[in-house]
Design a protein around this ligand. Sequence first.
Ligand code: PEP
Ligand code: MN
Length: 326
Amino acid sequence: MVSVVVKKVDSLGLRSNVIVGDERTVVAAIGDERNGHQETLSSLPGVEKVVPILAPYKVASREAKPESTVLKTHQLTLGGGHVGVIAGPCSVESEEQIMESARRVKAAGATGLRGGAFKPRTSPYAFQGMKEEGLKLLAAAREETGLAVVTEVMTPSDVALVANYADVLQIGARNMQNYQLLQAVGETDKVILLKRGMSATMDEFLLAAEYILDAGNQRVALCERGVRTFESHTRFTLPLASVPFLHERTHLPVVIDPSHGTGKASLVPSMCAAAIAAGADGLIVEVHPQPSEALSDGAQSLDPETFEATMELCTRVAVAMNVKIG
Ligand code: PEP
Ligand code: MN
């Protein structure tokens, strides 16, 4: 039945994109809406209704798929009553550092392990990451703990390499509008964690997600990590209203990054709790065995003890929100 609709859509000179949901399958027909194919499509067998999607992000929009998308990989679940917690250092620095981080965050209840192997640094002289060596260490940490590995990919030519080791490919804020990279990760079967560009509007953010969806990968999570404002008391300004706003506009899960969002470790626990209260489907938190020794983002990294206390706080908020951590 779906294939008949897809064939018809294609024969009308439109592009089809099939979104499989639990309750219904949506065939997005992308093209010029003024051609009035609505009636032809409505009369096909199995078609419940034909709805024009007004949002520019057709496949990402809540109109196209009213039910929320739930993403799962290894132990990590984002959405569907689960708040997935991804924790770990900003960068992978050594075997000891990543293994210790993995064990500690796992013990505290995280289900994903973060750690950059390819680092987008403002200065070319700053630590650039351990590259493939770092990816191998992340895979070894998953082997021991079962945590899903979340790590950044910076360029299309590295996608195959990073996808070989990672479960979740992170697109960093600085690359949100790198359209070739978005298309390249859209051709993988990995979960994609798309970070909001630090000056991107919500429409630009959702259209960036649309590139990934349009390339064929439906497993996209949106990450609010703070934006640039006139304010300087925090590294970025973290708009938690993004969570309910994005839930109105899109079916994709929403993850909050309070570490980059504030830049200050002391502010991170409260923002984790607030993100869950706002309805976030996941958190990504920087945790380092010794934040003062970190090669990147030490000032915003929690030590393992503080992370444990933060998870306890989050669990209490999660009970009130009727969701589960993990
Ligand atoms: C990171 O996760 O360490 C990172 C570089 O994040 P962002 O792209 O949001 O700055
Ligand atoms: Mn960082």
